[in-house]
Design a protein around this ligand. Structure first.
Ligand SMILES: Cc1cc2nc3c(=O)[nH]c(=O)nc-3n(C[C@H](O)[C@H](O)[C@H](O)COP(=O)(O)O)c2cc1C
Length: 194
């Protein structure tokens, strides 16, 4: 494990499913990711993050469901068979898929944006933990399908819950080069108030 936090933050990349070998990521890493996610900051201690972890057969069912919703929700003129095929291919690429769920506390004194922020911070903890292990990677996937009623039903979400996407995890193929990443200079986003 690499302990230099600035290095881990800057080297964390989105690694996509076509860069995964299909091999499993050790369960201890997945558990460490989820445990660290749970240490995210949380206003009023509502701890609004929830995760559903899919692997093996359940990950296959998740891909089948996304393909089904894609077909159902996509107008014929914009339907792409290649996109449909992607869900099938993913079955042989991913190790785990973690569905990110916002569990709203419904406290009238806590704006929803603060619970969204806390859940995003939990995802960053999860992602940085994974990024500290060379050879493993993942990315946060959203897209309109994750917000549909059909997907909500599949996940059995309660009224106060919202899906915020899927975090795909895999072992990176050995010939994959590390992408350097790209950001505009931080100085351009900061105003020092004197
Ligand atoms: C909330 C959120 C949703 C995202 N959804 C997608 C997505 O649906 N598809 C995708 O390719 N990347 C998605 N990403 C990843 C971004 O594309 C990626 O973080 C960005 O390109 C910067 O690359 P890096 O993560 O390697 O630094 C998402 C990132 C965030 C924070």
């Amino acid at each position: 494990m690499n302990n230099n936090i600035s290095e881990i933050i800057k080297n964390r990349r989105s690694v996509f499913t076509n860069q995964f070998s299909g091999e499993k990521v050790p369960e201890e890493i997945i558990e460490e990711m989820l445990e660290n996610a749970n240490w995210a900051p949380t206003h009023m201690h509502t701890e609004p993050w929830r995760f559903q972890v899919f692997e093996n057969q359940s990950a296959d069912r998740l891909m089948d469901e996304l393909a089904r919703i894609y077909k159902l929700r996509t107008p014929v003129e914009s339907f792409s068979q290649a996109k449909m095929d992607k869900y099938q291919l993913r079955k042989n690429q991913i190790s785990h898929a973690i569905v990110i769920i916002l569990h709203k506390s419904l406290r009238p004194d806590l704006p929803e944006i603060e619970e969204v922020a806390a859940t995003a911070a939990a995802v960053q903890n999860l992602w940085l933990t994974l990024a500290s292990y060379p050879g493993y990677g993942g990315y946060w996937s959203t897209g309109h399908l994750v917000y549909t009623d059909e997907f909500r039903q599949f996940l059995k979400l309660h009224e106060n819950q919202l899906c915020m996407g899927i975090f795909y995890i895999g072992k990176i193929k050995t010939d994959t080069p590390h992408t350097p990443g790209k950001r505009d200079d931080w100085n351009n986003k900061v105003t020092w108030i004197l």
